[in-house]
Design a protein around this ligand. Structure first.
Ligand code: HEC
Ligand code: HEC
Length: 320
């Protein structure tokens, strides 16, 4: 029987180390290109807003990418190069100004939502670049830039009309027969007003209030903490109303804006991440979108929460 002596063990370790060094040196030669194209139409914004975006987003979402030394070493470099390429495709602050104003503010809204919800900057990035994290104060600056806080004036007459409408709506859970299906073929779901409320939110940018409802399957899944992924048959409804300020300065629901649904069926809706997306707008419940591709808006904006099966609302699961 042959025993490896300590001398040959050292030699073995040395050659393993040598192979590692050679491989590491060799992969440095694989260097996909990462240029900084000219800055043609940079975002116009106040300096404090630019400072935040430059610190936290520009390294991936602009034509002014500055790599740190540790980003220049493969394989980290490969990840950085592909992140930047992908990120510029979605949002490029160096070229955003050439878009129409409305589109710019929609993109900024999405950008700020991504920060608020913890989707951006990428976690894999902030691990090594902690300075890129956006502080709550900075987030407040961004929000205020997008939509300066307004003081709405109370309008008692509009309030009463909207109250009547809300009353009507909340009792309108009887089957509705004359509503057209959406362009991706989803039939209207009536009666969601009677489902359990999972959460309510108000959105900072356009002064709306939202109520999110879950059907029985959703509520059962929550109770059993079976939400990764949500079981087939789960349905969420999200109703949105304009915000109304009453005589006492309290905020409450005004005009009904829209209702949206997410219906889980991992097979039927495989092409849209396992969820059927549907939206009806206005009191006459008009199907939203100009063709079936409207769902790419929904999946695109729900993508930051793909770890939560594309669902934003965080229900409290289990016994509470
Ligand atoms: C390390 C690179 C990196 C940084 C830093 C980064 N992003 Fe991204 N971002 C990406 C990549 C990659 C994508 C596209 C893939 C994805 O959605 O995960 C993306 C996508 C997006 C999208 C589009 C989402 C969609 O699905 O359409 C928005 C909006 C966004 N980022 C905003 C921001 C904002 C705002 C910041 C700064 C606070 C930021 N990002 C910082 C890499 C980055
Ligand atoms: C601009 C980004 C954005 C777009 C576009 C979007 N959503 Fe959402 N959605 C959200 C956010 C954020 C929430 C979390 C609740 C809130 O803050 O209103 C949400 C919540 C929901 C919910 C409740 C379940 C959950 O995930 O919390 C449903 C249902 C829903 N959206 C349906 C849709 C449908 C249908 C579409 C496309 C017609 C769509 N959404 C497009 C951002 C978006």
């Amino acid at each position: 029987m042959k025993v490896i002596g300590s001398g040959s063990r050292t030699r073995l370790l040395a050659s393993i180390l040598m192979v590692c060094v050679v491989v590491f040196a060799a992969i440095q030669l694989i260097h996909p290109k990462l240029d900084n194209p000219p800055v043609t139409a940079e975002l116009k914004a106040p300096p404090e807003v630019k400072r935040i975006l430059k610190t936290s987003c520009y390294n991936c979402h602009s034509n002014e990418t500055h790599l740190f030394w540790f980003d220049r070493v493969a394989p980290a470099y490969w990840i950085a190069a592909s992140d930047v390429k992908e990120a510029r495709k979605h949002l490029n602050f160096s070229e955003i100004e050439k878009l129409p104003a409305a589109q710019q503010s929609a993109i900024l809204y999405e950008a700020i939502s991504q920060i608020q919800l913890g989707g951006m900057p990428l976690k894999s990035y902030t691990l090594l670049h902690p300075e890129a994290n956006v502080s709550p104060d900075d987030l407040a600056i961004l929000k205020n830039y997008l939509h300066p806080t307004e003081t709405s004036t109370p309008n008692p007459a509009a309030g009463t009309a909207a109250d009547d409408q809300y009353e009507k709506w909340i009792h309108a859970s009887a089957p509705t027969t004359n509503v057209q299906p959406t362009l991706n073929g989803i039939a209207y779901i009536s009666g969601y007003q009677d489902w359990k409320i999972i959460s309510t939110t108000d959105r900072f940018d356009n002064h709306t209030m939202r109520v999110i409802f879950g059907n029985d399957v959703a509520i059962k899944a929550i109770a059993e903490n079976n939400i990764h992924p949500w079981p087939d048959g789960t349905i969420f409804a999200k109703g949105a109303w304009a915000q109304q300020v009453d005589e006492n300065g309290d905020t409450k629901t005004g005009q009904f804006i829209q209702v949206e649904f997410m219906i889980k069926d991992h097979q039927k809706y495989a092409s849209t991440e396992g969820w059927g997306f549907a939206r009806w707008r206005g009191t006459d419940l008009k199907p939203y979108g100009k063709d079936a591709a409207f769902t790419s808006e929904c999946t695109g904006c729900h993508k930051p929460v793909r770890e939560n099966d594309y669902v934003y609302s965080f229900p409290l699961t289990g016994q509470q």
